[in-house]
Each structure stands twice: as structure tokens, then as C-alpha cells.
Design a protein around this ligand. Structure first.
Ligand code: NAD
Length: 290
């Protein structure tokens, strides 16, 4: 088979950010306020710190106002719920993101439910999960799976009738990915840790989306020749030279048989932040129309 095509998530994410920037400029040129995103981080987690800084940098590039709230590790649930209540009322803020994971003493489910569904740019609030489930276009949808759909469409165009196998059933990636591909009129199969024949099911996929958090688990035996492979995994592994990032797919084994494949890094990862900017602008537009 010919050299597989690497799906360039960085370029596609840049295009998305530029489109958001263009639309935001049109707003501010018309003397309207820019969309605003509040990012809340609790405690010191080096990985979260990198993610938060990237999100804020991308917001600035797109002309979105970003407001950062860094709270100490000891923050109480009452204080955090209070801050979210204030942000829900803040007229300048259209999107609220609480960076996960939270310190153990905070109840993540309770915190995420405190965010107004209209400002829930991560798409994790049960109201948005429900809207996505019934195919309501008003849903704010989780950013990473939304990025997977955009990458698949960039590669294949119309997805109608494609068989998508999603490996992983988490609430933040696997399940919403399945719903979003269903909304594109795909046939969708979900493979998970209790599936007895995961590789066999995966081999039927035209589009294989992998989100399991296990480095290089999916090898060539999981992939139909000519499939499009979207690797959501981000895993840091040790090598003789130090450490490096790898996905959940064994890239070197799978790339020769896939029609196209996302690299790690540089595939799905950049799309997640682009999705956040898209959602912030969508939330702004919905609030301005109210
Ligand atoms: P998770 O741990 O919440 O869920 C993992 C899922 O994989 C589970 O549903 C489980 O059933 C399934 N699974 C585990 N072992 C399996 C097996 N042997 N066969 C089939 N399924 C199996 O993880 P998550 O939050 O969905 O994240 C998955 C990966 O995606 C991680 O590497 C994470 O770092 C990465 N991620 C990347 C982004 C991004 O921006 N690119 C965003 C979120 C998550």
C-alpha cells in the first residue's frame, strides 16, 4: 500500500482558530463585546498548567477575552461553587471551563453541574449530554470528540453510511464521539474493556476512533486496510533517550495499512483547544440572541 496520509491536526486546528478569529473580529469591528472565557484551575498540576496556558494563548490569538482563576489546592467546595455561581451571572463571560482533574476532596460531578449549561463549553453538564443524546443542535458538545469528527470529515467529506468503531466509552470522549458520528449518519459500534471481540469489531471500521489511554494498544490486527484511524490517546512512555508521547495506536504498525492516520502529538490534541474556542463563540451567539 502507498505511504499513508498523516492527518495534520495542527493545520486543521489553525484553520479553525483563524475562522473563529475572523468571526470575533467582525463582532469587535461592529463595536460589540468579544466573547469571554473563564478558565478555573485548582491546585498545581504541571500537565494542567500547560493545557491552561495553551488554552489562554489560543483565546488571545482568536480575540476571545480570557479570564484565569487560579485557586489553591486547599480551596473548599463551597468557595469553588460560589465562584462558579458568580461566573454564571457575569455578563462578560460566555464560557466557563474547570480544568480537570480536580483535587480529591472536591466532588467533580457536583462542580461540573454548577456551571450553567449555557456556559458549559466543555459540554459535560447533564443538560448538554442529554441534548446531544436527542440530537438537539443547541447542545454544547465535548471538544475532543467534536475534533475527531472534523478530522474525519476533512479526510472523507460526507460521512453518511460509514461504519465507525469507537474504542473506549468514557463520558468525555468515547460516548460523545459515538453520538456525534451517529449525528453524521454513520453506523456506530462501541468497543470497551469488557468487549470480547474488540479487534474483530474494530476490523470492520471505515473510521476507527481510539480513546483508551493504553499506549500503542491498537496494532495492525485491529485495523481494516484502507481505514481512517483517529488516535485520541496521549500517553507519555519512557525510552532510552528519555520520554516521549505516544497514542493508543501503534503508529508504525498501523500507518502502512491505514488510508490516513492522526499522529501523536499533532493529531487530535490541537483540535481540542480549537473546539473550545468554537464552543465559546457558539455560547456567545446563543446568549446574545436570547
Ligand atoms: P478513560 O480512562 O476515561 O476511558 C478509557 C476507556 O477505554 C474506557 O471506557 C474503557 O472501557 C476503555 N478500555 C480500556 N481498556 C480497553 C481495552 N483493552 N479494550 C477496549 N477498550 C478498553 O479515558 P479517556 O478520558 O476517554 O481518555 C482516553 C485517552 O485519550 C487517554 O490517553 C487520554 O489522555 C486521551 N485524551 C486525549 C485528549 C486530547 O485532547 N487529545 C482529550 C481527552 C483524553
Amino acid at each position: 500500500m502507498n505511504q499513508p496520509k498523516r492527518i495534520d491536526g495542527r493545520r486543521i486546528a489553525d484553520d479553525q482558530v483563524n475562522q473563529v478569529a475572523h468571526r470575533v473580529r467582525a463582532l469587535t469591528d461592529a463595536d460589540k463585546r468579544p466573547p469571554g472565557l473563564a478558565v478555573v484551575m485548582v491546585g498545581d498540576n504541571p500537565a494542567s498548567d500547560v493545557y491552561v496556558r495553551n488554552k489562554i494563548r489560543r483565546c488571545e490569538q482568536a480575540g476571545i477575552l480570557s479570564v484565569e482563576h487560579r485557586l489553591s489546592e486547599q480551596t473548599t467546595e463551597t468557595d469553588l461553587l460560589g465562584l462558579l455561581g458568580d461566573l454564571n451571572q457575569d455578563e462578560q463571560i460566555d464560557g466557563i471551563l474547570v480544568q480537570l482533574p480536580l483535587p480529591k476532596h472536591l466532588d467533580e460531578g457536583r462542580i461540573l453541574k454548577q456551571i450553567s449549561p449555557a456556559k458549559d463549553v466543555d459540554g459535560f453538564h447533564p443538560v448538554n449530554v442529554g441534548l446531544l443524546g436527542i440530537g438537539d443542535k443547541r447542545a454544547l458538545v465535548p471538544c475532543t470528540p467534536a475534533g475527531c469528527v472534523i478530522l474525519a470529515k476533512e479526510e472523507l467529506g460526507d460521512l453518511t453510511g460509514k461504519h465507525v468503531v469507537v474504542v473506549g466509552r468514557s463520558n468525555i470522549v468515547g460516548k460523545p464521539a459515538a453520538q456525534l458520528f451517529l449525528a453524521e449518519d454513520c453506523s456506530v459500534t462501541i468497543v470497551h474493556s469488557r468487549s470480547s471481540n474488540g479487534a474483530e469489531l474494530a476490523r470492520q471500521a471505515d473510521i476507527l476512533v481510539v480513546a483508551v489511554g493504553r499506549p500503542q494498544m491498537v496494532d495492525a490486527s485491529w485495523v481494516k486496510p484502507g481505514a481512517v484511524v483517529i488516535d485520541v490517546g496521549i500517553n507519555r512512555i519512557s525510552t532510552e533517550e528519555g520520554t516521549r508521547l505516544v497514542g493508543d495506536v501503534d503508529f508504525d504498525q498501523v500507518a502502512p495499512i491505514a488510508a490516513a492516520i492522526t499522529p501523536v502529538p499533532g493529531g487530535v490534541g490541537p483540535m481540542t483547544i480549537a473546539g473550545l474556542l468554537n464552543n465559546t463563540l457558539t455560547a456567545y451567539e446563543a446568549r446574545e440572541q436570547d
